[in-house]
Write a protein that binds this ligand. Structure first.
Ligand SMILES: *Cc1c(COP(=O)(O)O)cnc(C)c1O
Length: 394
């Protein structure tokens, strides 16, 4: 059924797309923990290595469990092809290394996952690729940043932690006119809630570490798009080696079976929490695109069926008040990770954004009163009650 996935709905694809069965006819997707594969004869090995006959060779570039993960994710994103990587950062780095060359130019939203900044500004720069940083939500800034050598537009929407929204269709149009590739990091919403390729993006990038696994077990990544664009990225992964382990691919493959149910439940709880926070006197601001008061609420609703499970908010009283909320929680996990079934809370200014200068933090809107909650699958009443403790303590 991986041959014509379009005729099936998302829930069907999530549990069946990409399924391959071995001669044992196992019902559940098998985990092929093997580094290599054997041949019946010297001639068969020669044909397979010469690409004259399909087959599995070596798990850095071909493994049936990895193939199933790639095909299933491609089906969910509505993509022709997908290549899996060891982590989300490997997916972003492999996209640049596979598609760009020295002298090329990237335009990226400023509000991207923190590690992307040194990847583009330091490592890519070392190889002669320059990056211009622009506002996520200001389409004119993107348009004005285009140069003749612009090859890649990169964004994450909604952004983390402040929930800025990029207009995917508008940026796709800018990329098309510039003859550049437009890649969207779809980690926060996943194909269960937002499908950037349908809105005109060329590539979708994932940290599968987050919601595709969804249970905080493994690190993994992937890039989806046309076969023509994925081919050179796959070529880089195959040659340079940031490949996914079959075990991690299997975890994410099975994790995706419950993706829509989890994303909808976690998004619904997050919307409830966002409304609850917005109604509290101790809270100065709430950043969640699902709230009607969010400045890009209408665009967010056009692009995605729900706004995901990350909400951030500013408490009055700065760092002291924010830390009081963190230290008062009894159930919620104090950790910077997100995309888990367990709710997490973090103070971005002193954790995820601690290495950024005060000046840059101020420019990015990461105040000392800001807290980020990534909502899991616990009862929402328990989550609110846990949050209430530290808010009341003021
Ligand atoms: C975590 C994350 C990444 C990086 O993924 P890793 O798997 O940690 O390498 C990239 N983008 C977003 C939006 C993320 O949340």
């Amino acid at each position: 059924m991986s041959h014509n996935p379009q005729k099936y709905g998302l829930d069907t694809l999530a549990v069946r797309a990409g399924l391959l069965r071995s001669d044992f006819q196992e019902h559940s997707e098998a985990l092929f923990l093997t580094s290599s594969f054997v041949y019946k004869t010297a001639a068969e090995a020669a044909r397979k290595f010469a690409n004259e006959e399909p087959g599995y060779l070596y798990s850095r570039f071909t493994n049936p469990t990895v193939t199933m993960f790639q095909d299933r994710l491609a089906a969910l994103e509505g993509a022709e092809a997908c290549v899996a990587t060891s982590t989300g950062m490997a997916a972003i780095a492999s996209t640049v290394m596979g598609l760009l060359k020295s002298g090329d130019h990237i335009i990226s939203s400023r509000s991207v996952f923190g590690t992307v900044v040194p990847l583009f500004d330091q490592i890519c720069k070392k190889f002669g690729v320059e990056t211009t940083w622009v506002s996520a939500s200001n389409v004119d800034e993107w348009r004005n940043a285009v140069r003749p050598n612009t090859r890649l537009l990169f964004c994450e929407t909604p952004s983390n932690p402040l929930a800025e929204i990029c207009d995917i269709a508008a940026l796709a149009e800018i990329a098309r006119k510039a003859n550049a590739v437009f890649a969207v990091d779809n980690c926060l919403l996943t194909p269960a809630l937002q499908r950037p390729l349908e809105l005109g993006a060329d590539l979708v990038i994932h940290s599968a570490t987050k919601y595709l696994d969804g249970q905080g077990r493994v690190l993994a990544g992937a890039v989806c798009g046309s076969a023509k664009l994925i081919e050179p990225i796959y070529g880089f992964v195959r040659t340079a080696g940031p490949a996914i382990s079959p075990f991690n691919a299997w975890i994410c493959l099975k994790g995706m079976e419950t993706l829509r149910i989890r994303m909808e439940a976690q998004s619904a709880s997050t919307l409830t929490l966002a409304h609850w926070l917005a109604g509290r006197a101790e809270v100065a601001a709430v950043h969640y695109a699902g709230l009607p008061l969010h400045p890009q609420h209408a665009l967010a609703q056009r692009q995605a069926v729900a706004q995901g499970a990350v909400v951030s908010f500013e408490v009055k009283g700065g760092r002291e008040a924010a830390w009081r909320v963190v230290d008062a929680v009894k159930m919620i996990s104090i950790t910077a990770n997100l995309g888990d079934t367990k709710t997490t809370i973090t103070h971005p200014a002193t954790t995820t954004h601690a290495r950024v200068s005060q000046l840059e933090r101020d420019a990015a809107g990461i105040s000392h009163g800001l807290l980020r909650v990534a909502v899991g699958l616990e009862n929402i009443e328990d989550i609110c009650q846990d949050m209430q403790r530290g808010l009341n303590g003021g």
